[in-house]
Design a binder for this molecule. Sequence first.
Ligand SMILES: NC(=O)c1ccc[n+]([C@@H]2O[C@H](COP(=O)([O-])OP(=O)(O)OC[C@H]3O[C@@H](n4cnc5c(N)ncnc54)[C@H](O)[C@@H]3O)[C@@H](O)[C@H]2O)c1
Length: 340
Amino acid sequence: MQRIRIALAGCGNWGMNYIRLIAQIPEAELVCVVDTNLEVYKNIQYKIPATTKFYSDYKLAFEKEKPDAVIVSTPLNTHFEICKYALEHRLHVLCEKPVSTSEGEILELKKITILNKLYFFPGHVFIYNQGIQFIKEFLNSGKFGNNYYFNFQRTGLGTIRSDASVTEDLATHDFSILLYLLNEKPEAISMTHFNYESKKFSDTAYITLFFPSKIHATIHVSWIHPIKERKLNIIGSKMMIVFDDTSLSEKVKIFKRDRSYNLPEGDFGEFQMAVRGGDILVPDIQYTETLKLQLNNFVQSVLGNETPKVHIDDALHISKIFGACKESAENGGRLTGVTW
Ligand SMILES: NC(=O)c1ccc[n+]([C@@H]2O[C@H](COP(=O)([O-])OP(=O)(O)OC[C@H]3O[C@@H](n4cnc5c(N)ncnc54)[C@H](O)[C@@H]3O)[C@@H](O)[C@H]2O)c1
């Protein structure tokens, strides 16, 4: 059996998931882990295979271990440097989200990826979520009617990051879901954001995206919210969909819109019935850990057994959205065009 030799850069909170999951994929071998914080080694030494080496310098690790691929799970401000070096040394890359907020940096990474015939996976893990995949099929089936709007809430208490804004950290997921579900890209964006508790970056943001087909999407992201919400509401002409990622078994609910705008005569109970009306369907979807699905697609793509579900262009598109968000926020939330 062919195996790919993987280096993992960054063994913090999220990197630990990769250590656990690489061990579950027979075609993957974790040859080394890299972290600049030597204390990290104390936490992970019993969780990594005895054969996996630890380094504090990724350049030395690549030179000594000669991996086929690297997973980059370090803070945002280190992604570009590590990815560029890895691609120049002919390593396939899976880089955590957001890969970079700079369109120029992503274009540079794309150039080397193509030149060296490599795979570059941005960590857009929701593309692998079976609930989101179900919704995409459902939207394309025609049963849903016309899309009206998408409304995302990705809020909770912390973690307040010191290397990225709440938009860069959390809304990346929502942008990737939107671009995956819709067959079009936003033509204009407006964002207002606030920093109440974090010093350097915003911890709360409201973003509205406008699409050529008149669909719009609103996103509320916050690190200082009392309740953890990971929710998407999609409103259409015939139905409504709720995707709730915090629910274990009923992540997707489909609401049929039987409602009539002709309000009935009668009491408040009848009025409430008229507003809701239709059936609720909870589709039977089997969920697998999305990070494992993404990692497996990366490994199998490098081995030539599968085609990638994510591409560096996905990160490029999101960097353009970041650019428009930033420009809008700097102008007090002014509607800002996005050029594609
Ligand atoms: N997909 C998701 O849902 C999800 C969830 C959480 C985090 N993430 C992403 O994962 C990445 C890491 O996040 P985290 O929460 O694990 O952060 P973290 O701060 O817990 O861990 C980052 C680790 O990288 C190490 N590091 C810093 N610079 C380095 C370098 N130059 N070389 C090697 N190691 C270095 C740090 O010492 C630290 O141990 C971020 O990009 C984040 O956005 C994704």
